[in-house]
Design a protein around this ligand. Sequence first.
Ligand code: NDP
Ligand code: GDR
Length: 389
Amino acid sequence: MTAHRQPSTVHRGAPSSSARSALIIGITGQDGSYLAEHLLAGGYTVHGLVRRASMFNRSRIDHLRAAPSSQPAAHSSKPEAQGSRLTLHYGDLNDRTSLRRLLKTIAPSEVYLLAGQSHVGLSFEIPEVTCEENAMATLGLLEALRDLENPVRFYHASSSEIFGLPADSPQNEATPFNPVNPYGCAKAFATQLCRVYRSAYGMFVCSGISYNHESPRRGENFVTRKITLGAARIKAGRQAVFALGNLDARRDWGYAPEYVAAMARMLQARQPGDYVLATGKTCSVRDFATAAFAELGLELKFKGKGAGETGVRTDTGAVVITIDPRFHRPADAANLTGDASLAKKALGWAPKVTGTDVARLMARVDREAIAGLKPETCFKHRDRRVRRD
Ligand code: NDP
Ligand code: GDR
């Protein structure tokens, strides 16, 4: 698959911010929570879709609610009472009927699709759920939006994983897709489908082809947060060692709050389109870990090779990082780097925080959280043992 030309259809101007309302599907996730903050600060009315979980999954958005309450409404048709401009609704990507009903009821001017199985490594273990949530659910939503009377602007969270093993470096909007895992395949399908709906039906549909973006709200089973939490716990004497997989992997790591601003700009632009969102700089997992430990005053040196490589504290000589082959993937994307010049030119977007700066920022927040100076940003209740993902 190759990139599609941007359509020539002229779209209506965006409504004024006071009239804007957005539905965020995935509001309880890292990006959804920052986007909700961003849109509320911009005067939007925000609706968020939350799914039923056996424990409350709102720790990233509780601070946005006027009267945080952990008790949801009994029925999804009756939204939970919220702060003045934020309303949560029960729903699920796998429940298309309730999604359609919700879209009709709240009639948002913008819809952001930030939900789905977002773990690339796990997509090898649960490929069908991954494709159902990241590919087919996007199709279902596009169809639902197509049937609405009033046009809605739609953001789709695409990923650098669509490029997998890319022909070019850095990648841009015209780089051919070449995914190497089920997650990347699902995102490639959905990205191309968004282009089809944009050009075939003139719908205002945008895909942000985002490279990795991280924050203190990142899930614990992504490598960055695993490292910064591990480093903070080791610093506090609450953990001795943790295991990682591919230390050579290089990623274009940015800072999530900067990325959600670009998502909003895409839907506020005159024309819809696809945009690469990236910093253009990469560092390795090894570099990221070294920076995170250094921020906490711990010098880290890597010794050995392959499965026998270890990360060692130079002050005590203690091994703090080991390699566990279970964290290696059957196939891993190459050293993906993005060229975000189009986003800079068309949206005026240029990220400032990159790679090892992100590591330092996250390590600082996790150190304060572990020391009890600040509440932990997420996953307060969950098991902290090293898991297999
Ligand atoms: P997270 O994993 O932090 O959040 C995913 C969100 O999706 C959560 O709100 C989760 O709910 C929700 N969700 C998952 N399955 C369902 C379902 N069946 N029905 C309803 N909601 C569901 O992801 P991020 O915030 O990091 O990423 C947002 C999107 O952007 C994802 O699609 C991801 O694939 C994509 N992306 C992310 C990048 C990144 O670096 N962060 C880069 C490129 C793309 P719950 O809280 O209940 O689990
Ligand atoms: P990624 O992020 O797969 O790029 O997907 P992740 O943090 O999971 O992996 C980044 C790189 O680190 C290597 N790695 C490990 N990864 C994990 N999770 N755990 C480990 O212990 C470990 N050790 C080394 C991985 O092999 C990989 O090379 C993220 C998600 O946000 C996706 O939703 C998004 O689409 C892409 O970024 C862009």
